[in-house]
Write a protein that binds this ligand. Structure first.
Ligand SMILES: *Cc1c(COP(=O)(O)O)cnc(C)c1O
Length: 452
């Protein structure tokens, strides 16, 4: 039997990140300001350091990874690529299934790959504090960790429903020295506005982003950090796919299809885009973003200019969106409850160069439990989306007899999500209908400027 864990040396951690813009057939659609005109990088200097703004608009294929960042990466990178021998056997499929395991990071997901880079560039720019939002708590804990490593204070606006459901994620952030507030708060204009209308608001990522951006924009010593959606985040996450390419090379295999859960698009872009370079050069490979059917941004959203946050404080981004004030159902994959998607992911999807699938909640937990019972690792509920789509494909291979190579990103472990698994086991977990009316209503509130 061939190897189970395909491992690299620390010296094989990439020394450069990859930027997909260099291989896209068309230039990226620019962000717009409130007046509907394309904004320049200077519009972002109130909340981001110059180095990250440069990466945000960069057209360079390769971007050097600073040595200080690479050094911290060595704490958990290179992450292992696994061949899922036991899952293949359990499914009785001729497909070869591989997964890259990002749960080996201290915070338990792929998110520290960018958190560390963002904290580094902010420290270099003399910033002392960072604000951010967190949904399920994975991003907040990743930035807390990274802030600690570079001596930066971190304040996290945590979506209220998660703040209450995930006390241990909060404890992790406290352990790494961050301050955590339940959003919406009374501390920002945005929070106060929401609370005036909805005193019991469970919060949302969009609202928490508004609060964090508002605070960062109002203080000189404070910047804002986002865990997904923006191009620089996808650039940092490319370490996942770059390592995976080396690992596939080592075993002489290459994926026919790649699956990744898709919230804001960062782990999808991170794992899939380095392979897009080969696709752009003519290689056949299918890249599939997998989202919840209760928050079906790519599969049911509109491709339009919209705000990144609920209150409309961010520039307008051309992306697949469900409307910036869409309130997704409180599903257990908190990291996938975002109304929009990265603009590059959106553009490539619109051009038919990548694919998307939506999966209902129960099917994702079924897949996650099947995975845990054969491979051992208990996946994050977000990761279960990719596993579900991959298992479906492996079963198609069983029917057709095709020995395809399937690869998914196991974006994190589920050790802080066991309450969700308990609900699944006690049959309290539901599938939410596709919230057609709520989406239709939210889409009516798309900003009126410059659509088209
Ligand atoms: C945040 C998160 C996701 C989804 O986020 P992307 O922005 O789409 O990468 C997926 N899996 C895990 C474990 C997460 O923490």
């Amino acid at each position: 039997m061939s190897e189970t864990k395909i491992l690299l040396e620390e010296s094989e951690i990439p020394s450069q990140w990859y930027n997909v813009v260099a291989d896209m057939p068309n230039p990226p659609v620019p962000p717009l300001g409130p007046d509907g005109k394309p904004i320049g990088p200077e519009a972002l200097t109130a909340i981001f350091p110059d180095a990250l703004i440069e990466q945000e608009v960069s057209t360079e294929r390769w971007i050097d990874i600073p040595e200080a960042v690479r050094e911290i990466y060595t704490l958990w990178r290179p992450s292992p690529l696994y061949r899922a021998h036991r899952l293949e056997k359990a499914l009785g499929t001729p497909a070869r299934i591989y997964y890259k395991y990002e749960g080996v990071s201290p915070a338990g997901s792929h998110k520290p790959n960018t958190a560390v880079a963002q904290a580094y560039y902010n420290q270099q720019a003399g910033i002392r504090r960072l604000t951010t939002e967190t949904g399920a708590g994975q991003w907040g804990s990743s930035l807390a960790l990274a802030g600690q490593m570079f001596g930066i204070e971190v304040r996290v606006y945590m979506v209220r429903v998660s703040y209450e459901q995930k006390p241990f994620r909060r404890s992790m952030m406290h352990s790494w020295g961050a301050e955590v507030l339940a959003s919406p708060t009374e501390q920002t204009e945005s929070g106060r506005k929401i609370l005036a209308q909805h005193p019991d608001s469970p919060g949302s990522l969009g609202i928490a982003i508004s609060e964090a951006v508002e605070e960062a924009a109002s203080r000189d010593d404070t910047n804002y950090a986002l865990g997904s959606v923006l191009n620089h985040v996808l650039i940092h996450q490319s370490v996942i796919g770059l390592e995976a390419k080396k690992q596939f090379e080592k075993v002489g295999d290459y994926p026919d299809m790649i699956f990744a859960p898709c919230g804001g698009g960062s782990n999808f872009g991170g794992v899939a885009f380095p392979f897009f370079a080969d696709k752009a050069a003519g290689k056949e490979i299918r890249l599939v973003a997998v989202e919840p059917s209760s928050c079906p941004t790519l599969t049911r959203g509109h491709y339009a200019y919209d705000f990144g946050d609920s209150m409309g404080l961010t520039p307008l981004l051309k992306m697949y969106t469900l409307g910036h004030d869409f309130m997704p159902p409180s599903i257990h994959a908190g990291g996938l409850r975002y109304h929009g998607d990265n603009t590059l992911v959106s553009q490539l999807y619109n051009e038919g160069l990548i694919e998307a699938q939506a999966v209902p909640q129960l099917a994702t937990f079924e897949a996650g439990v099947q995975f845990a019972r054969s491979e051992g690792i208990i996946p994050a509920p977000e990761s279960n989306h990719a596993i579900s789509a991959c298992i479906d494909e492996a079963l198609k291979c069983k029917q057709s007899g095709e020995a395809r190579t399937l690869f998914f990103n196991l974006s994190g472990h589920g050790h802080f999500d066991m309450a969700s698994y308990d609900k699944f086991f006690s049959k309290e977990l539901e599938d939410y209908e596709y919230p057609a009316e709520a989406i239709e209503e939210a889409l009516k509130h798309l900003p009126k400027v410059a659509q088209g």
